[in-house]
Every structure is written in structure tokens, then in C-alpha cells.
Design a protein around this ligand. Structure first.
Ligand SMILES: *Cc1c(COP(=O)(O)O)cnc(C)c1O
Length: 463
């Protein structure tokens, strides 16, 4: 080791001494010696590494208390940092999908710190299980005979298959062997549930006779999967639920549909792309329908299964239900979300998902103009800012081709370099409340559809 390096190492202060530093002592009092010592040791290791690599002290060694403060902030930053979702995708799976409505947030908060009547009935009527009360609300809203609630829709499909057709054949169209993100593939789930997948028809065309020909004494279920995240166009044919339900009834076989998203209200009335409604499928005779709680429904992560009483009872009694059940926080949020559907006139106002999806383009355009004014001085040395029309996506397995007209604020680097753009996106990802946009066509786009706190964004970007 060179004497020069030795000299540098000897300049690093001892942990003991740092702990007694008047600027650091209050941090020890506040956060405890264990955490502060550990962070200081890490900083020391970092400094040693810099000396080894570059034969110099890192710049921050001039101010240990400040470096410690920064390390502390980094360490305490939640793994679930709130972000500005300006990605243009409203139900963004990687950003946690639906935002809860205020009544749902309040219901969760209330149930968090208190004992609740989860499986305890006050009138001695014997509730049976924890889904009971919320299943009643679901039945009221959809006309279903009964309901079952699990951790997410993937769990709903798994439980349904395992409980209804264990060891049996399940007939599905080749055009509906869906893979959604995160390794959920219908053929894999079938295997995990102990069912044997029987593919019928072709990728583009499946007919009722294809299902009929596949039925034998090993058949346990006829199933449809809503092809939510892709569409097959051109020379196509599919069997609708009513026809399949009739075929099932003819052979005494249950029918089921995995809807993915599904919507309890008619989206078309808001000018949005139509989405199949669970209550319509049930009315068409389908025995079981599954869908997500945090997609278009706008509630917490959950999987909801609606359908015939006797079949739901089998789901409730299956051992997997115990493993896949939801907790009181989810049930509280789901109940409060469903109650909003009892006042459909107010839904677009109270349910954030619907509020964001139905925001008129003019609202985003006005916001884009205001932000353009507010932020141009800050960025004009390096970027050309513009207010531009763009398209938002619903997200979460809604068709990528169904897009909603929106408005964005865009940032184009004056030097025309992609690296400058990447650096800007990177800087925004490091903000205390990160700003998530999307890079396209040499510009960084901030789609303003999901921006409801304009001032907070301006403040964040000016910092
Ligand atoms: C989204 C989706 C699922 C999975 O739902 P999660 O709630 O994410 O588990 C399953 N099937 C289809 C068709 C979907 O669109």
C-alpha cells in the first residue's frame, strides 16, 4: 500500500468519534445507536473503496453528518414509495393498479387498528365464513346466488378449477389459452389445479360442435377465458357464453368464465370501451364467473368468484380456500368499494378508477397548458416543452387497442440526445415522490390523465 493511501485511510474518522459528533448525536437519540453505527460503518466502507480505486477521499467526507443524513433518508425510504403515475396507463399493474376510493381508505384505516366482526356475528345467526357479509352485497349487485373472495383473480381461477374439476378434463378453446403478465398461463394453472386441459377448435375459430365433440365421461368443466390483453381479428368465430351454458346444461356439466377485469357497470354509458359484465354472464346461464378486485372494479387486490350456490359452497369448503382467503383489510376495502356501486349515479365522481378513465380530454389539456407555463422557465435551457395530445391506456389486461384521448406535457432535449432524456427520467425516478413518465419518439411524455395534484407535481419538478 502506498504511503499516500495510508495517509488517506488515516484521515477517516473513527465510528466512536463520529457518534459523539454534536451534529450526529441528535440522530443517535432519535434513531438509536444500532442503526446509526451500521450506516456509519457502511459509509466508511464506501470511503475505503473509493480510496482503493481512486487514491482519493470521496467528496462527501467533508461533511459526515450530511452524508449520514442522506444515507438515513435512503434507508428509511419505503419500498412502496408513492409516485406520480404519468405513464398513461390508468390501471398499471407495476404501480399497484386501482387507487382506492376515500370511503374504502377510511374503512381500511378503521379496521386496521380495531377488532372487527370478521367471523363473529353479533345477532347469533351464524355467519359461516368471513366472506358472508360481502358476498351478500355482491349478490345484491349482480343477482348471483353466492360469492367467494380470495387473494387475486389468479387464485380465484386456481381455486375454482381445483374445487370443481379435480382430476377431470376442462375444455377450453385454443383461442383462449391466455398468458397474462407474471407467469399466469391457463395451461399451467390447469396443471397446478390437478385438471387436464383439453384444447378445442383452432386459434382463430372455435365452434359449439368442437366443445360438444370433446365431452366424454372424464369431462368436469367447460370454460371460457376472456382474451383481455389481445384480440383475434379477421376470420374468427367463438362460442358465446349463453350457447356454452346451454351445452353444459344438456350434459349436466358446469360452465365457467375467467373474465379477468370485468365491470359491474356498463362502461359504454361513459363512452368507454365495452367490458363484459359478470351479471350478464350469470344471466346467460354461466355457473361461475371470476374477476379481479383491483382492475376495473376499482377496489383492493382480490379475486371474486360469483355463481351457483352449490358450486360456491364447494369452493368455500376446499382446503385451498383457507390458503387463498383474504384478510380484514381487503374485505373492508372491498365492502366499501362495492357500497359505492349501490349509488351508480355518483360512481364516476367517487370511484377514482372511473373518475380517471372518464376525465375529458379538455381537463388534461388545460392542465398541460398550466404546467407548460409553470415549468418552462425551469427547463428551457435544456429542453423544449410542449403540450401535446396523446392516448392513455386503461391497462391491466384491457385491450391495448382501446385507447382514451388525453393530453401530455412533453420534454424534448435541445441537444437531441437520448442520453439527456434518460438522465432526466432517471433524475425524476429519484425524487422523494418519483415522477413516472414514458419515453417515446425522442421525448419524455407526462400523460396528465392520472394527475390530480398539480401543485405537488410542480413543486416536485422544481426541486
Ligand atoms: C388479470 C387477469 C388474471 C389475473 O388476475 P389477478 O387479479 O392479477 O390475479 C387472470 N385472467 C385474466 C383473463 C386476466 O385478465
Amino acid at each position: 500500500m502506498s504511503t499516500e493511501s495510508q495517509h488517506l485511510y488515516s484521515q477517516l474518522p473513527a465510528i466512536d468519534r463520529l457518534l459523539r459528533d454534536p451534529a450526529i448525536e441528535p440522530l443517535v437519540a432519535q434513531h438509536g445507536q444500532t442503526l446509526i453505527s451500521e450506516l456509519l460503518r457502511q459509509l466508511q466502507l464506501q470511503a475505503r473503496e473509493t480510496i482503493k480505486q481512486q487514491q482519493q477521499l470521496p467528496g462527501w467526507c467533508g461533511d459526515w453528518p450530511q452524508a449520514l443524513g442522506a444515507a438515513l433518508m435512503q434507508r428509511q425510504r419505503s419500498a412502496l414509495a408513492p409516485v406520480f403515475n404519468l405513464s398513461g396507463t390508468v390501471l398499471h399493474t407495476n404501480l399497484g393498479r386501482a387507487l382506492l376510493a376515500q370511503p374504502a381508505i377510511e374503512a381500511v384505516t378503521r379496521s386496521m387498528g380495531s377488532a372487527v366482526t370478521l367471523e363473529y356475528d353479533l345477532d347469533g345467526a351464524g355467519r359461516g365464513h368471513r366472506d358472508r357479509a360481502i358476498a351478500d352485497v355482491l349478490c345484491q349487485l349482480t343477482g348471483a346466488e353466492d360469492a367467494c373472495i380470495v387473494n387475486n383473480n389468479a387464485a380465484a381461477v386456481l381455486l375454482m378449477l381445483a374445487a370443481i374439476a379435480p382430476g377431470k378434463q376442462v375444455v377450453v378453446s385454443r383461442g383462449e389459452l391466455v398468458e397474462i403478465g407474471g407467469a399466469f398461463r391457463i395451461p399451467d394453472v390447469m396443471r397446478q389445479a390437478g385438471c387436464q386441459l383439453v384444447e378445442v377448435g383452432t386459434t382463430n375459430r372455435t365452434h359449439l360442435k368442437d366443445y360438444r365433440n370433446a365431452i366424454n365421461d372424464q369431462t368436469g368443466l367447460l370454460m371460457k377465458v376472456h382474451t383481455s390483453n389481445y384480440s383475434i381479428q379477421g376470420f374468427t368465430a367463438a362460442v358465446d357464453e349463453a350457447e356454452l351454458a346451454q351445452l353444459g346444461a344438456e350434459y349436466g356439466l358446469p360452465t365457467a368464465t375467467d373474465l379477468g377485469s370485468g365491470s359491474l357497470i356498463d362502461m359504454a354509458q361513459y363512452g368507454l370501451p365495452a367490458e363484459p359484465m359478470p351479471q350478464r354472464l350469470l344471466a346467460a346461464g354461466v355457473d361461475l364467473v371470476t374477476f379481479s378486485g383491483d382492475k376495473l372494479l376499482g377496489g383492493p387486490q382480490a379475486g371474486i368468484i360469483l355463481g351457483k350456490k352449490a358450486l360456491i359452497a364447494r369452493l368455500q369448503q376446499h382446503p385451498l380456500k383457507r390458503a387463498l382467503r383474504v384478510g380484514k383489510l381487503t374485505l373492508a376495502a372491498l365492502e366499501a368499494t362495492l357500497r359505492l356501486y349501490q349509488q351508480p349515479e355518483l360512481l364516476a365522481q367517487h370511484l377514482p378508477t372511473l373518475r380517471l378513465l372518464t376525465r375529458p380530454q379538455q381537463a388534461m389539456e388545460d392542465a398541460a397548458q398550466r404546467l407548460l407555463q409553470a415549468l418552462t422557465p425551469q427547463f428551457s435551457a435544456q429542453f423544449r416543452l410542449r403540450a401535446e395530445p396523446c392516448w392513455s391506456q386503461i391497462g391491466s389486461g384491457s385491450l391495448p387497442v382501446d385507447r382514451l384521448p388525453s393530453y401530455a406535457l412533453t420534454f424534448e432535449p435541445l441537444d437531441g440526445r437520448g442520453a439527456t432524456l434518460e438522465a432526466l427520467a432517471e433524475r425524476w425516478r429519484r425524487l422523494p415522490q418519483p415522477v413516472i413518465g414514458r419515453i417515446n419518439d425522442g421525448r419524455l411524455w407526462l400523460d396528465l390523465r392520472c394527475l390530480e395534484q398539480e401543485d405537488a407535481l410542480i413543486e416536485a419538478l422544481r426541486a
